[in-house]
Design a binder for this molecule. Structure first.
Ligand code: KIV
Ligand code: ZN
Length: 398
């Protein structure tokens, strides 16, 4: 039986960093690791020790300064990678070596040029070696979703027998659908009784090539996964990894549906996203769920009217829940009188019904020509007698 707690394995500093514009210095990784610790993630994959001296240094530095989460290093199924990962992790209070090896014929034949049998042997040897160096070993059959199912099951069984405590089944190229991904977890779990008997944690790791990374991760949770691998802002290889903030919010907002607890402090989601945005070269797109600039912005008159009457009309969570300061009623050509009056009142201008009607027509004409309407534009629309009647503005706009 699986528990009802989902562990968050954050790979912003490893898979996330493996994407254009996202490379980070050791100092930047340390800043990010502190933010992830404050956010409450359970495991931080701090890098790939063998990949570069910088990655090694970042992992070693993070293990000495960040103590709450477990710290992991990635390693290929090679002796030198695994030994290097163990050295980088030597000061960690709680270390994990994350060994990966492809399980799909495509990768075995064209990338690794080894047979299925050789890969099974490598899997067993490398997990055993890792387990002789640390007591927490994760194994990932890379490209699991495009692997022959019987072979995948065989590889996972060997990894467990060799001492892996977490089995992560990645959708490496973002190919799977939620139904298929869930079915894979159910089948592997059902065919390997040791998973439940020994309390082996199953983990999801999804890429977003078809825009399904978060849906696939949630489907895996439904099928028994109790660890999700994800990144802040969904950064990562190609179209990115599953976005941490989306999975955590979905589990909370739809707690009725998923019934899972997490250690994520939701009000740190937006601040953590901001920290990352300042470190790498780009910020999330404005329409990005949870952390995008427009995630809590409303422009259309019908929505603004509903929001002013009761925010539940158009918001399924408060901005404060995820650490966003406030809802934004953005004034544009779809806005109505209610939002215009609300904004002007906040700015200190009390309008009669007739005043509002007059200003509203001018506002709509302006909004037809201009994409962004600023407070000073609004002031410019007001007749002198209203401007002169200005009272103290409300300190917090919107
Ligand atoms: O996407 C992937 O398969 C990976 C593995 C290294 C876990 O990132
Ligand atoms: Zn990945």
């Amino acid at each position: 039986m699986s528990s009802n707690h989902v562990a968050f394995f954050d790979t912003t500093l490893r898979d996330g960093e493996q994407s254009p514009g996202c490379s980070m210095t050791t100092q930047e990784k340390l800043t990010m690791a502190h933010a992830l610790e404050d956010l409450g993630v359970d495991i931080i994959e701090a890098g790939f020790a063998m990949a570069s001296e910088g990655d090694f240094a970042a992992i070693a530095t993070i293990t000495q300064a960040v103590k709450k989460p477990r710290i992991a290093s990635l390693a290929r199924a090679k002796t030198e990678d695994i030994e290097m990962a163990a050295r980088a992790l030597q000061f960690a209070d709680r270390a994990r070596i994350h060994v990966f090896l492809a399980s799909s014929d495509l990768h075995l034949e064209y990338k690794l040029k080894i047979s299925r049998a050789q890969a099974l042997e490598l899997c067993g040897e490398s997990v055993r070696l890792a387990r002789s160096l640390v007591d927490d070993v994760e194994f990932s059959p890379e490209d699991a979703t495009r692997s022959d199912r019987d072979y995948l099951v065989e590889m996972v069984r060997i990894a467990i027998e060799a001492g892996a405590t977490t089995i992560n089944m990645p959708d490496t190229v973002g190919y799977s659908t939620p139904e298929e991904y869930a079915a894979m977890f159910r089948e592997v779990r059902q065919r390997i009784p040791a998973i439940d008997a020994q309390g082996i944690i199953l983990s999801s790791h999804c890429h977003d090539d078809l825009g399904l990374a978060v849906a696939n991760s949630l489907a895996a949770i439904d099928a028994g996964a109790r660890q999700v691998e994800c990144t802040i802002n969904g950064i990562g290889e190609r179209a990115g990894n599953a976005a941490l903030e989306e999975i955590a919010s979905a589990l909370y907002v739809r707690g009725d549906r998923y019934g899972q607890t997490t250690s994520i402090k939701l009000d740190q989601l937006y601040p953590t996203s901001q920290v990352l945005g300042q470190i790498i070269t780009f910020r999330p797109s404005p329409n990005k769920a949870i952390v995008g600039d427009n995630a809590f912005a409303h422009e259309s008159g019908i929505h603004q009217h509903g929001m002013l009457a009761n925010p539940l009309c158009y918001e399924i969570m408060t901005p404060a829940l995820v650490g966003v300061a406030k809802t934004h009623l953005v004034l544009g050509k779809h806005s109505g009188r209610a939002a215009l009056r609300h904004r002007l009142e906040q700015m200190g201008f009390a309008l009669t019904r007739d005043d509002l009607q007059h200003v509203y027509y001018r506002f709509v004409a302006l909004a037809d020509r201009k994409k962004n309407i600023y407070d000073q534009d609004l002031v410019g629309l007001l007749p002198d007698q209203i401007r002169e009647r200005r009272h103290e503005p409300v300190s917090e706009l919107d």
